[in-house]
Design a protein around this ligand. Sequence first.
Ligand SMILES: [Zn+2]
Ligand SMILES: [Zn+2]
Length: 408
Amino acid sequence: MAASGSLIELKSRPAQVAARQLHAAVKLISACAQKADGAQLGELLILIREAGIDPLEAAFATGVRRFDKSGDYAVDGALSVTAWLKWKCKLSGGAAAERVEIGKQLERLPKTEEAFARGDVGYQHVAVIARTAENVGAAAVRTEERNLLNAALTMDPGQFTTVAKNFEHRVDAAGALAEANRAYQRRFLHVGDPQDGVVRIDGLLDAEGGATVRAALAAQMKPIKDDDRTHGQRFADALVEFCRKGSGGKRGSSGSRPQLIIRASLATLAGIPGAPAGELEGGGTVPAETVQRYACDSALIRMTGRTELEHERNNASRTLSASTRRALEARDRRCVWPSCGRPADWCDGHHLVWWTRGGESSLPNLALLCRPHHRQVHEGGWSIQRREKQWLVQPPLKIPGRVLARRE
Ligand SMILES: [Zn+2]
Ligand SMILES: [Zn+2]
């Protein structure tokens, strides 16, 4: 259908009638989706998939198979049916190729084709079955087709993929191994250059690598009380935190943790207006507040720069000695922010009076703050102070809010 909603020119009379009815039904469904709510809306969403999208995908797959065999896509100048689908049906290369493969495999899997057309199994389940047939042959899948379809009825596509992979391993262990080896060869990780203050990370891992990363990050991902971070933000924080800890080194032995090198002038460190940004040695810049946060807990940073900075660094009192750090951990035990409870090994030693303003690296001037809360102080503009054995935090003046408190 054209963008205006008018029907395309169909030459066959039955297709014209079907198109008109489909168009009318889609209009009705759209109107219902605007109005329905609660359980009715839920039922409508199921109806859209089971009576609309899935059976239509089944019809699409059958049509694609027949169109492919006919070679009629060449009339439009396309070199393959996949290229034609990309062009005329606005599909991505992967989506077009998947539908061509489903069309091919369904011809040999009649039970699956029927269940798909009835809307009993969804598109993604059928894509899994088609991939399995591609890997071990449709004949092998036919011997297990009923069991696979029964599993598909009760499982989401992710769980069903595990069942299908188990089946592949049973009928063709060597093939499953070869596939795992191919997957392993595809692994890569790309960490981009900073652009507009963000770095894009892309990658592929094999199943084992992916599970290892998930398991390692899961421990760092637990939400804290009143945590307003999204799941994705917690995942991102966990990755950075994991890398920050390096190869398992304890806090006292900073040698095993990655050292982030920031070049910054003394003016930047002191927060003087007009000072340049800090420069990350790996590329990219960070604002003065971030430089100050890193400098606040010196264990994670070596600063380089101008002569006066070197001089300052050599004479600075910001460095926490191992014994001061131990005493700080013994006193605070965890992040001191009210409502936070992140353990000490997530925490930096924050100087209540920053060392650039003469604050000392001694216990009365220090507080354990987890990385997100340390950031909230330096980059977020919050203040933290200790008064009569209580930790008090206050939002920046421009944000109206109340003082939160926590007993030591
Ligand atoms: Zn700090
Ligand atoms: Zn915290």
